[in-house]
Each structure stands twice: as structure tokens, then as C-alpha cells.
Design a protein around this ligand. Structure first.
Ligand SMILES: NC(=O)c1ccc[n+]([C@@H]2O[C@H](COP(=O)([O-])OP(=O)(O)OC[C@H]3O[C@@H](n4cnc5c(N)ncnc54)[C@H](OP(=O)(O)O)[C@@H]3O)[C@@H](O)[C@H]2O)c1
Length: 210
């Protein structure tokens, strides 16, 4: 795939692209680790989480939450600090950070030359940062040529989870000139991340206008 300044994100023969996973212990981060473990293009070489885990390795620190097997081959990876990584990132970074910290660190990573793909909302809507839903707006990737982080780095975000499915369904209908769409969404408690909301607060309850 040709991306910024014709940089190609594609593995060379027999070699996977080194990547980092930020927020690797959270709900989204665990999903990244599971999906990347045997990915034919990407090799996870660096992981981060909260500072208190620095120095430990993934398997001794993680409380695995997903209903799929733990990615054993990544278990010995040590956590590194975000600042360390921001100075010398691998070419591709997948971010599952909380929004506040993502807004600080993702621009630093792009300035250091990384291709940053983020699940956080911090950079959504920034000038020339595409909110990518591949099935709906792949052409928006062209915006990254206009990002100015100083070198080959760039940031791409995914869309809000409640809108992604809707946009995929509506995209083919654009040519019919949709004007308004009325939607109600119901989000699972896991959408608040692993620390999430206390079970005592949510049991038998709903939170409107989340
Ligand atoms: N859950 C969902 O369904 C969902 C869906 C779409 C997008 N998102 C977005 O994806 C991001 C991650 O969500 P999540 O649900 O996976 O959250 P989460 O379960 O709370 O995980 C957050 C991750 O970030 C790390 N972290 C927290 N504070 C940090 C700090 N100050 N510095 C460095 N690392 C820190 C945590 O490490 P520790 O474990 O060490 O604290 C953990 O690895 C958020 O921006 C969220 O809005 C979530």
C-alpha cells in the first residue's frame, strides 16, 4: 500500500514490519495484541501501558480479558515507556491509549517518523487527519500527504465505534442524497475500557447520552 510521499507499507519478502502497540493491556490493546500475534505483515516489537508496568513483561503483568487464547509468543515482551518510544519508534504504531495521553504522544510519534494508527479520539477532526473507515472513505488517506510533522510520519484515526457500522451501511446510499438519519445507539459497558464503570453503579442501570 503506497502511503505518504509514496512510502510503501508492505512487508519485504520474508520480513514483517516492526510495530508498537500503545495501551497494550487495555481492552482495545489486548485486541491488537491478539490480532497482530500471527499477522503476516506485522511483528510486534514494542509495547506500552501505564508507567507502573515499565520493566515488567507482558505475560507477568497482564490480566487477559479476551475470550481467545493469550498471545503466548508476545508474552516475553517488556513494557517500554511512552517517552522512550516517542524518540525512536518503529515504523508503524497502533495506539489504544486513553484520549488525553494520546493527544500528547501521537503527534510526537508522527514527528519522529512513525505511521500512527489510532483508536483514540484525540486527533480525530484535526486538519488533514483522516477518520478512516476503509469500506466507506479510503480516498481520505490522501489527506496524509498534507500532514506536516516534519518527515515521513503521519496519523490516521478510526471512527467512533457507534458510527462506524452505520457509516458502512450508509456509504453506498450516498448517491441517493440522504439528508437526515435518526439513530439510537446502545453501547456495552466494555466500551468504557477495562477500569470502566463500577459494577455497583451499572448493575440494572443505563447511562443516557453517554
Ligand atoms: N473499549 C472500546 O470498545 C473502545 C472502542 C473504540 C475505541 N476505544 C478507544 O480506544 C482507547 C483505549 O480504550 P480501552 O477501552 O482499551 O481503554 P482501557 O481498557 O482503559 O486501556 C487503556 C490502556 O492505556 C494504558 N494507559 C492508561 N493511562 C495511561 C497513561 N497515563 N500513560 C500510558 N498508558 C496509559 C493502560 O495501561 P494500564 O493497564 O497499565 O493502566 C491500558 O493499557 C480509548 O481512547 C478509547 O476511547 C475504545
Amino acid at each position: 500500500m503506497k502511503l505518504k510521499n509514496s512510502i510503501s507499507i508492505q512487508p519485504s519478502r520474508g520480513e514483517r514490519i516492526p510495530v508498537a502497540v500503545l495501551g497494550s493491556t487495555g481492552m482495545v490493546g489486548q485486541t491488537f495484541m491478539w490480532m497482530l500475534e500471527k499477522h503476516p505483515w506485522f511483528q510486534v516489537v514494542a509495547i506500552t501501558a501505564g508507567d507502573s508496568r515499565n520493566g515488567q513483561c507482558y505475560h507477568e503483568s497482564i490480566k487477559w480479558q479476551l475470550p481467545v487464547p493469550f498471545p503466548e509468543s508476545l508474552g516475553a515482551l517488556p513494557f517500554c515507556s511512552l517517552n522512550e518510544l516517542a524518540d525512536a519508534p518503529p515504523p508503524v504504531v497502533f495506539s489504544a491509549l486513553p484520549t488525553g495521553i494520546a493527544g500528547q504522544i501521537e503527534p510526537q510519534l508522527a514527528r519522529s517518523g512513525a505511521a500512527v494508527f489510532s483508536n483514540a479520539s484525540a486527533m480525530r477532526g484535526r486538519e488533514n487527519v483522516p477518520i478512516l473507515i476503509p469500506e466507506a472513505n479510503p480516498e481520505d488517506l490522501n489527506q496524509i500527504d498534507r500532514q506536516e510533522w516534519g518527515n515521513s510520519g503521519f496519523i490516521v484515526t478510526n471512527a467512533n465505534c457507534a458510527t462506524t457500522g452505520l457509516a458502512v451501511a450508509l456509504a453506498p446510499l450516498r448517491e441517493f442524497g440522504i439528508r437526515d438519519v435518526f439513530v439510537s445507539t446502545y453501547q456495552s459497558v466494555s466500551g468504557a475500557g477495562y477500569p470502566g464503570i463500577s459494577s455497583m453503579d451499572i448493575l440494572g442501570n443505563v447511562i443516557p447520552f453517554i
